[in-house]
Design a protein around this ligand. Structure first.
Ligand code: F6R
Length: 605
């Protein structure tokens, strides 16, 4: 939520800030702005509603000659989408950008008697004014006092009028990474903005103040002592964050899935078996647990639903899946014998992070599956299994989902081996099947899904239904989410046997039903459910394995995936469901990569 960038150095700050904002735009895109010191060391702010491209046009040559500035791309929380609510905010001698939520901003407004000073409806401007009140020439002391007042999450980048060339930053929960490079010093919400300039960076430690000048970055704890942050290496390259000839990031990321799968699986295979030695994950966390609790949000939670359906029959222990935003306010039935698996692409989702912290307070052991190296969830978990998808830029998650599944499949396999549910040869066969899913994904990527007339049919409908049984039901949850979020077509996923307990009332002539029928033990039941909706006039898109027996005419469109063991069909099915959503969005001429109201990384509640 909200992208932040700051730069001080020898290059033109305007270009660096705007390019950085373009890279970070997937974090929020309802308004954008920059603040900078001009050649006479005077601060200017330019901000407006709309995307970064619009800001670029507005700015044209503004900012030329500047060597220090901050930029922000917003996802509105407090206060609607308007020019005045866009960041940076100016308050007296302070210019400030913020990512996060200041929960006590209302009380602070009264306490500091700010009502008449505020121009915007944002919580962020309140912070800017308080900082100005505290500022007496000592930037660090003012920032410390501000931090003491605030309840909530924040990443701030701040400039003071009388300190040209300097940027100060502080964070609590909301992410910030920084790097000193030959091109100058940079700070940003995430690595995508740093990739063009550096391979090394550090995560701004919570409760520390960062001071950036054109020639160095210094980090201080709240006692004013200098500290040395832990430097980390970026293993993503610039290409990974570019479209590389694809019309959209989402399509590029769909195509990247086979490679991402290999990168996630192969380094963790030794003698044909799953091996987490290099990840530092000990077998005793698998051997010693009596239940598994998976916690995540959105797509990551759907990966957890697949894992539950996969793991329980093999491991014969309870596997529960919780939505992080619910779990964090419950009194979960977990204890020191529970393995809590946390899944997050960004590693920054606030509800998932809170769920992790809650799990630790119950004494549970925590293993997280995370894509972004060094992210908060990765750092705070007992153990982390990184997925190697590279940066995922499209707001709709695709390759991160596949690799989360791959990681979960490997964990299941290792766990089954350690607990004696699998013999070595069964574990090895399981991994061979997992690897076989990769060419099946490639096959589906190369099939011309868009040429089937389903997209034309889908885009003219208001509602769609996805249905499946067992693992297929778990897959359909993600299919429905993908379609909703980027095509704005209402979609519901149903366990196929449940449809007739109410929802079938909504099936009328031409309502699209996407039926997933890859699980052999319930195949005939699924086909009966397909007949039930077909009899009511539904437009049926049926997904089965290559050699499944399905009568001619049962479906309006029948897509066949390569024959795989039932447990692995999710991988090619995920590709089809992603492509269906993608082409529906393209067919409706929508913004595929940045759908309305959404942002990539949900760092506010
Ligand atoms: C949907 C999507 C979201 C995320 C969710 C969790 O396409 O991307 O539902 O899966 O916001 O995000 P992470 O995995 O970063 O915790």
């Amino acid at each position: 939520m909200c992208g932040i960038i700051g730069y001080s150095g020898p290059l033109e700050a305007g270009n660096i800030l705007l390019n950085g904002l373009s890279q970070l735009e997937y974090r929020g895109y309802d308004s954008a702005g920059i603040g900078y010191f001009d050649t006479a060391s005077k601060v200017h702010v330019v901000k407006e509603t709309g995307k970064v491209a619009k800001l670029k046009e507005t700015l044209s040559s503004a900012g030329d000659g500047s060597h220090c500035g901050i930029g922000h791309t917003r996802w509105a929380t407090h206060g609607g989408v308007s020019d005045v609510n866009a960041h940076p905010h100016r308050a007296g001698r302070v210019t400030l950008i913020h990512n996060g939520i200041i929960e006590n901003y209302h009380r602070l407004t009264q306490e500091f008697d700010l009502e008449s000073s505020l121009l915007s409806q944002t919580d962020s401007e309140v912070a800017a004014w308080i900082l100005d009140r505290f500022y007496d020439g000592d930037a660090q002391s003012a920032i410390r006092k501000l931090a003491e007042c605030i309840v909530g999450s924040y990443a701030f980048c701040i400039m003071f009028d009388d300190r040209p060339g300097e940027i100060y930053a502080i964070r609590s929960v909301s992410p910030l990474v920084a790097s000193y490079t030959p091109s100058g010093a940079l700070i940003a919400s995430d690595l995508t903005a740093l990739i063009p300039y550096t391979k090394s960076y550090f995560v701004v430690p919570e409760g520390h103040i960062v001071k950036i000048t054109g020639y160095k970055i210094s980090v201080f704890n709240l006692d004013g002592e200098k500290t040395a942050p832990e430097m980390m290496e970026i293993n993503w390259n610039t290409d990974a964050a570019m479209k590389n000839g694809f019309p959209h990031f989402m399509l590029k990321e769909i195509h990247e899935q086979p490679e991402a799968m290999k990168n996630t699986i192969l380094p963790r295979m030794a003698k044909g078996l799953p091996d987490f030695t290099d990840d530092g994950i000990p077998d005793d966390i698998f051997a010693g647990c009596s239940q598994i609790h998976i916690v995540a949000c959105g797509t990551a939670m759907h990966a957890g639903m697949v894992a539950r359906a996969l793991m329980e029959p093999v491991l014969r222990i309870p596997v529960m899946v919780s939505i992080a935003s619910e779990f964090r306010y419950e009194e979960p039935l977990i204890n020191e014998h529970t393995l809590v698996i946390i899944i997050s692409q960004s590693g920054e989702t606030i509800d998932t992070l809170a769920a992790l912290r809650l799990s630790k307070s119950y004494g549970s052991r925590t293993l997280s599956i995370v894509n972004v190296k060094g992210s908060t969830i990765a750092r705070e978990s007992d153990y982390v299994l990184y997925t190697h998808a590279g940066p995922e830029i499209a707001v709709a998650s695709t390759k991160a989902y596949s690799v989360q599944l791959a990681a979960l499949y490997m964990i299941s396999c290792r766990m089954a081996l350690v607990r004696g549910s699998f013999t070595k040869s069964q574990a090895s066969a399981f991994l061979t099947d997992l690897l076989d899913a990769i060419p099946a994904m490639e096959t589906m990527i190369s099939r011309k899904i868009e040429e089937k007339n389903m997209v034309t049919h889908l885009i003219n409908q208001q509602d769609t239904f996805f249905m499946g049984r067992g693992l297929d039901y778990a897959f359909s949850l993600e299919g429905a989410l993908k379609l909703k979020e980027i095509s704005y077509i209402h979609a519901e996923a149903y366990a196929a046997g449940e449809l007739k307990h109410g929802t079938i009332a909504l099936i009328t002539q031409d309502v699209p039903v996407i039926a997933i029928a890859t699980q052999e033990h319930v195949f005939s039941k699924m086909i009966s459910n397909v007949r039930e909706v077909k009899a009511r006039g539904a437009f049926v898109i049926l997904l089965t394995k290559e050699h499944a027996q399905a009568d001619q005419g049962l479906a309006d469109i029948h897509i066949r995936i390569p024959d795989l063991d039932d447990r692995f069909t999710v991988f090619p099915i995920a590709v089809i469901l992603q492509l269906i959503a993608y082409y529906a969005s393209v067919g409706k001429n929508l913004d595929v990569d940045q759908p309305r109201n959404l942002a990539k990384s949900v760092t506010v509640e």
